[in-house]
Design a protein around this ligand. Sequence first.
Ligand SMILES: [Fe+2]
Length: 394
Amino acid sequence: MLDHRYAQIRARTLALAEPLSEADCQAQSMPDASPVKWHLAHTTWFFETFVLERHEPGFRPHDPAFRVLFNSYYNGIGEQHPRPQRGLITRPGLAEVKAYRAAVDARMAARLAATPGDRGLTALVELGLQHEQQHQELILTDLLHLLSVHPGSPVYQPADAGPDAAPGVPGWLPFDGGLVEVGHTGDGFAFDNEGPRHRQFLRPYALGRRLVTQGEWAQFVADGGYREPRWWLSSGWDFVRTQRLEAPLYWRPDGTVFTLHGCVARDPDRPVLHLSLYEADAYARWWSAQHPRQPPARLPTEFEWEHAAAGPQLQQRFDPAWQWTASAYAPYPGFRAWDGAVGEYNAKFMVNQYVLRGGSRATPAGHSRVSYRNFFPAEARWQFSGLRLAHDVD
Ligand SMILES: [Fe+2]
């Protein structure tokens, strides 16, 4: 069962790289984004370091140099190659990285066959698979940024010929709030940052039935939203001015938007993507000024989102965009990080970041859940990040 799941998820990662050249897999377009080749190696390093090194008798590393090259941020493991310079790791080449994957996969298959009921092993393998799925999404977000800076607007994948999901229905969904329970529950996998389950008090609130659309965002742009300081938080206004922002990332002046399918016409009924928290927050303030008879709009808190998403009414929960919340990424009451070096997975990033909820079109199927907490700094725009408005109900 787990061996089958392992093989499937690992194969999916390789399939994502299949349409790409070695040069595509090598390049790094900005410090926050990693090369595809690095993702392929790092996810393998994770299994080698956290599973094989502990559970394989007579363990020997595939290549001792990989321990530093493909360590992302685990100080408990040791030194790391600097993230902004991952694109400069020209050796090993792509073929050697694929051979590294195959070698670790064979050793992992042997381990799973030798000790199928080992709970410690099983838990680490599951964590490695969840980690691999997170990197599958990062491969796509990082690749999209890389291709976006190419003047030829390359196509990664032809557009899907199948029917797209129906656009959402506008309007508001009211919730009573009260003392509610949030956080992961049940026996399935969850990251440490999703617990413990605990109570939060919510005032009555309403959430937008659907995400803010490209058509609505175009009105914000046309109304000078990016040039009017009163809509923006102070650091957001600095960000807009220093970066000379005029529209969401990947919007082009000719009315198209750059996607993994190349440049496509903007669709006014589809959600706007690739927003920073600053843009999402500014839009809410602008929207409120346009609708003076309605309660002021704001970003939802992560607890409002989770409470609403646990019920059946909320549209566009896990697709097509991660949804910014007003909640700072912080530990829940009673939080305990995982023991050992894997405790660095989430806990040490609980500062200067905001929580996004939901999932995106780049998230592997079945990977997200209502208690899932994604997190990024307020200025991050290269993820598939969108916006759902909220307001207080008096
Ligand atoms: Fe990672």
